[in-house]
Design a protein around this ligand. Structure first.
Ligand code: F6R
Length: 241
């Protein structure tokens, strides 16, 4: 793992955007794996600025989001589709047909998951996957437990994740209990991975992810097995390394 420690969140966001821009500038039709949450917001802002300044062109880029809450209406302000539209998609020249995110409601979950994996595969897999990390070590919604899943699937959110994410909802009860998430397979098959973490709240899980044993109890620790992972941390998230 290539671990880079940046001074603060602003620097981390700039560096993250630079890495993504380099990928897109080298391969115009890059397949990007995208994450939501607080962590990548700064990166999306930087990328939108770079686009405004004519430094990056997303017209041929294809994106696949990691996950979507299950059961929320599509235009719900807490849905990840809404987040992506609000914070990134609407700010750059991505083509509508090139933006992909798992469905928030579907008649056939199994089929929808299978089709999502097949679509990723049909494009040759993900070139660069952006990841945040849950305080419990989840990536996407691959939650800690006895086993992990390779494929896109309906995941049950842990209590820890429901609590962490309740900050965006009126109360804990309103947080969806399930999400459709890419499995560990699509993530691990990405050619490159960019893991972002900032703040003291991520310091302990970053230590376990990078220096701890590889275990399904810390799904992100699996990334130790990937040949091309860059971890961008601010000083606070790196404070326990
Ligand atoms: C979001 C996702 C999650 C988040 C993680 C960290 O698409 O897949 O794994 O990356 O929960 O969230 P933040 O960045 O809000 O701390």
């Amino acid at each position: 793992m290539n671990v880079l420690v940046l001074q603060d969140y602003a620097e981390l966001s700039k560096k993250g955007a630079m890495i993504i821009a380099e990928q897109v500038n080298n391969k115009k039709d890059s397949i990007l794996g995208l994450a939501t949450g607080s962590t990548p917001l700064g990166v999306y802002k930087e990328l939108a600025q770079m686009y405004e300044q004519g430094k990056i062109d997303f017209s041929k880029v294809i994106t696949f989001n990691l996950d979507e809450y299950y059961g929320l209406p599509e235009n719900h302000p807490q849905s990840y589709r809404y987040y992506m539209e609000e914070n990134f998609w609407s700010k750059v020249n991505l083509q509508d047909e090139n933006k992909h995110i798992p469905p928030s409601i579907t008649d056939n979950i199994e089929l929808a998951c299978k089709e999502y994996d097949e679509l990723i595969e049909s494009h040759g897999g993900i070139d660069l996957q952006i990841l945040g990390i849950g305080p419990n070590g989840h990536i996407g919604f691959n939650e800690p437990g006895k086993e992990l899943y390779a494929k896109t699937h309906l995941a049950k959110l842990t209590q820890n994740t429901i609590e962490a994410n309740s900050r965006f909802f009126p109360d804990k009860e309103s947080v969806p209990k399930n999400a459709i998430t890419m499995g560990m397979g699509s993530i691990m098959k990405s050619k490159k991975i960019l893991l972002l973490a900032n703040g003291n709240g991520k310091a302990e899980i970053i230590r376990k992810t990078i220096k701890g044993q590889i275990t399904t109890n810390v799904p992100a620790s699996m990334l130790q097995l990937h040949p091309n992972v860059t971890v961008l941390l601010d000083e606070k998230a790196a404070s326990k390394l």
